[in-house]
Design a protein around this ligand. Sequence first.
Ligand SMILES: [Zn+2]
Length: 254
Amino acid sequence: MTIIDSHAHIDEIEDLSGSLMRAHEAGVSDIVAMSVDLGSMSRLLKLAGQYRQPKIHPALGVHPGKVQPDTLQTACDFMRSNIKQACAIGETGLDYWYKWVRKDETERQKQKDSFRFHLGLAREFDLPIVIHSRGAWRDCLKLSLEYGVTRALFHWYSGPVEILDKILEAGFYVSTSPSVAYSPESQKAMSHAPIGRILVETDSPVNYKDGETVFAAEPKDVIRTLKALALLKNLDAQKTLAAVNANARTFFRI
Ligand SMILES: [Zn+2]
């Protein structure tokens, strides 16, 4: 059976051709490719046409860490005119992880304005939305509910269980990364979430730990995520794979 990497930044991977070949050989059938800004949106649209195996599904969006008020309108126009090629809106959301952001009301407002725009597009075009919610889990949920989006994915969820319950109640999904092998926060959240609502991803090329060593993830590492998740939840690996694949196909309609 094949596997889907539901979140990767393929335009940031150094050896892209090599890593896609390795992903294909490892059984990765599809990659949902996240963009972070205007430049990466246009790179991904090109890359999606260049590679067939694995199949690349571009998601269009501006990452909360990349929001620039003066280019937001241009980004919006670009997304609208290319919306037919998007399988999702993302990566968007809010990031309150750093102390300076928590102290800076203007910065938070700027991120919210951008997130609101993305939520509006997701609703208008009935597209799933991929949400970065680090340190801002509560506000991300609040805004998602306010906009009435029906398909929201809280990517690499490692927040509190109380908010996770509300995310699940709303019918939303969560995903996890190779960090589920060792991060107590990821493990706590993924133990709690039912397998019917979890997707697996790599967030490539993010660095992860493997024992004492650190490696830069590529899409084939989604198998590490799968294995660690199955182990954590004490489930059969094949059954876990069938479940996370079905979740990704339902969520993204791919
Ligand atoms: Zn990401």
